[in-house]
Each structure stands twice: as C-alpha cells, then as structure tokens.
Design a protein around this ligand. Structure first.
Ligand code: NA7
Length: 287
C-alpha cells in the first residue's frame, strides 16, 4: 500500500490522518506543534521531524495548513517540502490558499519531476467525522486517477475541476456563499426579532423553510447555543472572503454581497470575537 505523508495535523488535517490510518494506510506525519499530534501517534501514525523528512518517508504527501503564509513556511527552506520533491512523488495540498500561489507551487513541484494537486475540501469537522466530506481536485487528471482511492478514503464525493489552482478557486467560490448566506439569515432573523417574534421561534421557522441549506441547518443553531469548539472561526472565514475579493478584482467580478459580509466579520473582530465560530456574525449585527 502507498506510504502517505501528512503535514499540518490541526482540526481537519488531524482527523483526515486518522481516517487514513483507519483505512489501513501507513502515515508519517509532521505538525509545527508536536504535542498536538500525540493522539495520532497513539493511533499508529509515525512521526517525522520536518516536512522534508515526511516527504522522504512517503510517496503521496498531503498538507492542510491555515493559510498561504503557513503553506509557504512548510514548502520552502532547507527542511521544506520542495527540498524533497523528486520523480514519482505526488504532493496534495488541501489548504485554502491563494490560487496563484498554488499554481506557482505546482510549477515548482513539476520542475523537480514530481506532481502536485490542489484538493481543498468542503464540509466541517462534523461532515468529515460523518464520512461525508466533499473533495475538489485541481491538477492533471492522470495524477488524480492515480490517487483516487486514497482521496475516496477521505471523503465519498470527489470532483475533478480542472488544472492546478482551479480547485482552490472553486473552494473560495463556495465559501463566499456560506458567509453571504449567514449574513442574509442574520439580517432576516434580526428583523423578525425586533418585530416581536422570539429569536428561537423565528430561527425554527427559518430552518423549516425553503431557505434552510445543509450549512444553515448545521450552523444557524449556534446563534442560540455557541458551539463548544469553534471549528471555523471569524478569522478563517475572513481569510477566504479576502481571497475571494482578490480574485474578484483580478477577474472583474463584482462581489457586492461579499463586501458586506466581510465588513460584518471585521465588526466581529473589532468586538474581540475573532476566535468565535463565524455564526457570531448575527451577534455582531445585533449588538
Ligand atoms: P487548524 O486546526 O487551525 O490547523 C491549522 C494547521 O496549520 C495546524 O496544523 C497548524 O500548526 C498549521 N500551521 C499554521 N501556521 C503554520 C506555520 N506558519 N507553519 C507550519 N504550520 C502552520 O485549521 P483547520 O485544520 O480547521 O483548517 C486548515 C485548512 O482547511 C485551512 O486552509 C482552512 O481554510 C481549511 P500548529 O498546530 O498551530 O502548530
């Protein structure tokens, strides 16, 4: 069986690694903060001391880190991923980062005779745990076919989107709608509440209406009860909206409602709520 490497064992990366271990793969992992990876070592993951060492130990190497700057840190330098790329290796980045950075990285990987795919995911920690994650794939189709079985072990929905960078573009296009939907729900809910309908009642009616998307069904109840673990916080959502705005400028697509949702997130940050689940957008508007 293919030897897998995984760099970035946070909320998503850690759980994906666990799924790969359960599926029977040998996984060598690295995380900037080693202590956060102990639970995976307890479940059989092998540890490597740097991204380079992971690459040396594996045939297919994954990364799932916070943002473009973090990806730069794990791919560059003498102990980075690029230092170990060689013919036969396949590198898969699952982080939501700038498409141009991703394309550039793929070109550098290709220069070293290896292949890269961008494979961001749609779905939360819960979706992942339910085995229902959706994966989108950018890069060459042949490379995708080579590792399709591994990707299917992560989630059942895999969609090939196009060449390198196209899957992260797709992911950003999806995430902007999540924030805009939440902005719209919050405004409607606030209007109902100020008009005298109790918040709980109004929310229940919203979630029984045609408006209720899977995402709203999962997240809108956080308006009433804050989640124990804010897995997708204000900072993370704003990162994606800023990426969307950069793309909007580049491609001449006016993202008018994204601008509004983005300001609500800035308002939440100004209120000291940056680490809260982005459902806090409602509270930021209500205050
Ligand atoms: P988490 O749980 O915040 O995990 C982020 C991971 O990225 C975690 O392993 C971090 O290591 C790692 N990280 C962050 N900055 C760096 C730098 N500078 N160098 C090396 N490693 C770094 O996020 P999620 O798993 O929920 O989400 C990850 C991606 O999926 C993100 O693109 C989302 O938009 C979607 P740490 O443990 O902090 O040492």
């Amino acid at each position: 069986m293919t030897n897998i490497g995984f760099i970035g064992l946070g909320e998503m990366g850690g759980r994906i690694t666990q799924r790969l271990l359960v599926a029977g793969y040998t996984v060598t992992g690295y995380n900037r903060t080693k202590a956060k990876a102990q639970w995976l070592m307890d479940e059989g993951m092998l540890w490597a001391d740097s991204p380079l060492r992971v690459v040396q130990a594996a045939d297919v190497i994954f990364t799932m880190v916070s943002n473009t700057a973090a990806l730069q840190d794990v791919t560059g330098g003498p102990n980075g991923i690029l230092a170990g790329m060689a013919p036969g290796k396949i590198y898969v980045d699952m982080s939501t980062v700038s498409p141009s950075f991703s394309r550039n990285l793929a070109a550098q990987v290709a220069d070293q005779g290896a292949k890269m795919l961008d494979v961001p995911v749609s779905g939360s920690v819960i979706t992942l745990e339910q085995g229902n994650l959706s994966l989108m794939i950018g890069g060459d189709r042949e490379t995708f076919e080579q590792i399709k079985e591994i990707l299917l072990a992560i989630g059942p929905k895999v969609n090939y989107v196009g060449e390198n960078g196209k899957a992260v573009l797709m992911k950003i296009a999806i995430n902007l709608s999540l924030a805009v939907q939440f902005q719209a729900l919050s405004e409607g809910l606030l209007l109902a509440e100020k008009g005298g309908i109790p918040r709980e009642t109004a929310l229940e009616v919203f979630l029984n209406s045609v408006l209720a998307s899977p995402s709203l069904k999962y997240r809108a109840p956080f308006i009433i009860n804050k989640p124990a673990n804010p897995w997708f916080n204000v900072n993370m959502m704003q990162k994606d909206l800023v990426l969307a705005q950069e793309l909007g400028r580049e491609l001449n697509v006016p993202l008018t409602s994204v601008a509004v949702a983005n300001e609500t997130l800035t308002m939440a940050r100004a209120m000291g709520l940056a680490e809260e689940d982005y459902a806090i957008m409602f509270e930021a508007l209500a205050r």
